[in-house]
Structure formats: structure tokens, C-alpha cells
Design a protein around this ligand. Structure first.
Ligand code: FAD
Ligand code: SF4
Length: 473
């Protein structure tokens, strides 16, 4: 029987981690997860506020206070049930959500000390509870029946937005088919975020829970090529959700971007993830193995690319970023882990050119030294070049992590689909419906690159509307 005493003044229970010097050369998960005792101890710090602010801070409004109360009592199945009511992928979100600006950022304990480690608790509950029985817990039936099998909904793309739509509708008994262009399911969760932050088996387990609920997955189907939105309606689908993400990499248009040894972060991480280069020596994947690497950018993607290169054996890995550490958009924890592992920050520098040897291979990079000027529209101080000051960096690989945009394949093959001025799909902010009736969209293909949980929030809003239209609310 768990001890029921609350302990809000205790410090936050630290997360066990692999030591930096050890983990910087392997792909095993960095954060090892709470034990049961640690999770219950942390849960007992929760004040159980009358009006909890944390729930509003979560884009899918998990009943955080509710699940923590069950956890503090040691009742993990009930805690899981509460989380799963609104979040289809808790083991993923507990690992990769920017909790410090969402739920934990709103926690009242954070005003004077450490907020409750909500993400870590969510991860603990999801990992501990067998995801395969998710269906049973939601519906009271192990083999979820599909009582509304006269209906059918298609999702294009298998990232978190589509998986949320599929999970929500499947729980309402609606058969869902997910079409995915790649051979693996999960979107950025599998081909972008590296193994050491989000192990593939965690995503696979969440997807297998959806299989159990009757969701059909069709990998190797390219929306706009192998199948179009029109085809799907002709086949009798009642609604289509487009969740194809924003995977088209941007470049800087500086000299040398075509040299051998220059990659977009998207290509580099996809090669390592889907080619299983991280699983050496079990897989002999021909991933690049440079000695000195520069990654351009300051977000999560840049951190992931840099830390991946380090784990694949690079001696020096630099991150070049044109502002200072304070302005970096990466999650605080990722930046902290990267620096701890030995990633070298080249702050206030902007790449001018990538320089090659006589064989057309990268050998160095020229950086413009910057300083911070006046604040720009985003409220951040604008980086401006320091006249005449440059720096040379000896590198044999350069990875560009400077953002991505909408891939046009499906969009161009869907007549009548309205796009906004940035090339993303125009969708209603409440329902996700696009300019085509019963065609919905959400996630990065609507709002541009954002977060897993915001994609899931959009999926949930669209799924609710689809359920209402189909009369299965
Ligand atoms: P995606 O996850 O992009 O999935 C879209 C899927 O659609 C893909 O599988 C793609 O192959 C498929 N697809 C594309 N075109 C077609 C087509 N024509 N037909 C069929 N299928 C198609 N967010 C966080 O919250 N925390 C993090 O720590 C974090 N780290 C990140 C690290 C990296 C390296 C990257 C790239 C992103 C990271 N993000 C992070 C952002 C987050 O992963 C995305 O915002 C989120 O995955 C978007 O979900 P989505 O469903 O819109 O699409
Ligand atoms: Fe926090 Fe993300 Fe979990 Fe919501 S889903 S409670 S934002 S970690």
C-alpha cells in the first residue's frame, strides 16, 4: 500500500541518466526513466490544486492532477486510463514534449521552486502500463469491436497528427486506414528523432496498440502518386485527414551547398534512423563517418543531428548559430545534454560559404562573426554582421538544420485544396477542415514545423469534428 503523505516542499526527483562520457558514444536512451518509488515520490509533491493551471498548459488538456493523484496512490492502470483519455501517445509525449513551456511551465510549484516533473511521470505511467491493453482499458473489451464498420476514414501520413486521428476514431468504432509514403510508420517520431531520445520500440508499441484497435496501416503508399484524395472518396471513404508533415528541407543558398559531404538534417537523420546506422555493428549501414562536423541551426533538429554525428564517431562536432545560447529555440534539456556530451557551440556566427577540396569534398566552412542588434518582429535581438570579421572552421561534413517547408507532391495532386502564402494547407483552426468538404488537415502541414503535441492537438480537433459529422460522437 503506497504511503499517502504529500510532500510539496521536497525537491524534484532527479531523472536517472547515462553519464555524458558514456552516452556520447552510444545510441541508448539518455534519460533512463523513473523507478516506481521515484515516480510515486515525485507524484506526492503535487498540491492537487483546486484550479490546476497545468492542464490548461497542455495542448491536449490531459487531466494532469487526476492522473498524478492515482499515481501517488500507486494505481498505475487508473493513471494510464486518465492520460489515455486525451493523449494517444503518452510514452512519446512524456519524452519529447517541451514541458518547460507547456504543462510544467504553468505548474504553480514552479513559481518558487521546481514544478512537478509531469513529463517524466507521464512517461513512467505509459512505460509501465502495457500499451497492448490500451484497447481493453478504453473500451472494456480486449479485441475492440468496430461497431461502426459501415463508415471509413483515411489518413494520409502516419505522424503523430494522423495517429491521433486514428486512435480517436478507432475508439469510437470507426475503421481507419493510414496511408504512409515510407516503409516505416510513425513520421518524424521514427525517421527524425534519434533512438537515444525516443527509442523506436516505444513508437512501435504505441502503433501496435492502434493495430489492436483495428486501425489498418498501408506503408509505401505515396499520397498524390499511388493514391489521391479523389481516389479515396471514390473508394467510399467518408472523410480524409491529411497529416503529411513539413519534410521539405530548406537550404541557405550559400556557395558550396552542392559539395560532397553537405546534407540536410532531414536526409542525414533519415539515413541514420531508417538505415539503422545507429545499430552498429548489427547493421552495416553506409552512413557518413566524418571527423569534424558542423551543424547549422539552433533548434531540436540541429541538436539531434549534432549528437548523432558524435555517436557515430566524429571527433569534433560544432553547432553554428547566429544568435546567442539564450535565443536558441531547442528544448533547454536537449541543449544542456548536447553541451554536456561535448558538442561545441559556435555562437554569433553565420555561414558565408562551404569550401571544397579538388575532389569537390567539403574541407572547411567560412563563418561571418555576428553581434546582436535591435529586436526584430519576433522580439528577439536581430543578429548583424561584424564588418570584416570572419572565422574558418575545418570540417569534412556540414549538416543544414535551418528549417523545412511543405512537400508539394500531395498538395499539387489535390485540385481545390487551398494553401496559405507559405505553401501550407489552409485549414479551419477549430475543426481542421480544408477548402474541400470532408477533407481535414493538421500538424506541420498546416502550421509549419512545430511540436509533436501540437500536431496531436490538431489531430484531436479534426477527429472530434469527423466523429460529429459521422454521428459517432
Ligand atoms: P510528421 O511527423 O512529419 O509525419 C508526416 C508523415 O507523413 C511522414 O511519415 C511522411 O513520410 C508522411 N508523408 C509525407 N508525404 C506523404 C505523402 N504524400 N503520402 C503519404 N505519406 C506522406 N517535436 C517535439 O515536440 N519535441 C521534440 O523533441 C522534437 N524533436 C524533433 C526532432 C527532429 C529531428 C524533427 C525533424 C522534428 C522534431 N520535432 C519535435 C517536431 C515534431 O516531430 C513534428 O512537429 C511532428 O512530428 C509533426 O507531426 P505530423 O503528424 O504533422 O507529421
Ligand atoms: Fe505535458 Fe506534453 Fe504530457 Fe501535455 S502531453 S502533460 S504538454 S508532457
Amino acid at each position: 500500500m503506497a504511503d499517502k503523505k504529500k510532500n510539496p516542499k521536497a525537491p524534484r526527483v532527479p531523472m536517472p541518466e547515462q553519464p555524458a562520457e558514456e552516452r556520447s558514444r552510444n545510441f541508448k536512451e539518455v534519460a533512463l526513466g523513473y523507478t516506481r518509488e521515484m515516480a510515486i515520490e515525485e507524484a506526492k509533491r503535487c498540491l492537487q490544486c483546486k484550479k490546476p493551471l497545468c492542464q490548461k498548459g497542455c495542448p491536449v488538456e490531459i487531466d494532469i492532477k487526476g492522473f498524478i493523484a492515482h499515481l501517488a496512490e500507486g494505481d498505475i492502470p487508473s493513471a494510464y486510463k486518465v492520460i489515455k483519455n486525451t493523449n494517444a501517445l503518452p510514452a512519446v509525449c512524456g519524452r519529447v514534449c517541451p514541458q518547460e513551456v507547456q504543462c510544467e511551465g504553468a505548474c504553480i510549484l514552479g513559481k518558487k521552486g521546481d514544478p512537478i516533473a509531469i513529463g517524466r511521470l507521464e512517461r513512467f505511467v505509459a512505460d509501465t502500463f502495457d500499451a497492448d491493453s490500451a484497447c481493453e482499458i478504453l473500451t472494456g473489451d480486449v479485441a475492440c469491436s468496430l461497431p461502426n464498420d459501415h463508415l471509413k476514414v483515411a489518413c494520409i501520413g502516419s505522424g503523430p497528427s494522423s495517429l491521433t486521428v486514428a486512435g480517436y476514431l478507432a475508439a469510437k468504432g470507426v475503421p481507419v486506414t493510414v496511408y504512409e509514403a515510407l516503409h516505416e510508420l510513425g513520421g518524424v517520431l521514427v525517421y527524425g528523432i534519434p533512438e537515444f531520445r525516443l527509442p523506436k520500440n516505444i513508437v512501435a508499441r504505441e502503433i501496435s496498440a492502434l493495430w489492436t484497435k483495428g486501425v489498418q496501416f498501408k506503408p509505401n503508399w505515396v499520397g498524390g502518386r499511388t493514391v489521391t484524395v479523389e481516389d479515396l472518396f471514390e473508394e467510399g471513404f467518408d472523410a480524409v485527414f491529411i497529416g503529411v508533415g513539413a519534410g521539405l528541407p530548406w537550404f541557405l543558398n550559400i556557395p558550396g551547398e552542392n559539395l560532397v559531404g553537405v546534407y540536410s538534417a532531414n536526409e542525414y537523420l533519415t539515413r541514420v534512423n531508417l538505415g539503422r546506422a545507429y545499430d552498429f555493428p548489427n547493421y552495416d549501414t553506409p552512413a557518413p563517418r566524418p571527423r569534424n562536423v558542423a551543424v547549422i541551426g539552433g533548434g531540436n533538429v540541429a541538436m539531434d543531428a549534432a549528437r548523432t554525428a558524435l555517436r557515430l564517431g566524429a571527433e569534433n562536432v560544432y553547432i553554428t548559430y547566429r544568435r546567442t545560447r539564450e535565443e536558441m529555440p531547442a528544448r533547454v534539456e536537449e541543449l544542456h545534454h548536447a553541451v554536456e556530451e561535448g558538442i561545441q557551440l559556435q555562437l554569433l556566427t553565420s555561414p558565408m560559404s562551404i569550401n571544397g577540396d579538388e575532389n569537390g569534398h567539403v574541407e572547411s566552412m567560412t563563418l561571418q562573426v555576428m553581434e546582436l542588434g535591435e529586436a526584430d518582429d519576433s522580439g528577439r535581438r536581430r543578429p548583424v554582421p561584424v564588418k570584416g570579421e570572419t572565422r574558418e572552421l575545418e570540417v569534412d561534413m556540414v549538416v543544414l538544420a535551418v528549417g523545412t517547408g511543405a512537400n508539394p507532391i500531395l498538395l499539387e495532386a489535390t485540385p481545390g485544396l487551398e494553401l496559405n502564402k507559405w505553401g501550407y494547407i489552409q485549414a479551419d483552426s477549430d475543426t481542421g477542415e480544408t477548402s474541400i468538404k470532408n477533407v481535414f488537415a493538421g500538424g506541420d502541414i498546416v502550421g509549419g514545423s512545430a511540436t509533436v503535441i501540437s500536431a496531436m492537438g490538431a489531430g484531436r480537433r479534426a477527429a472530434k469534428e469527423i466523429a460529429a459529422r459521422l454521428g459517432v460522437e
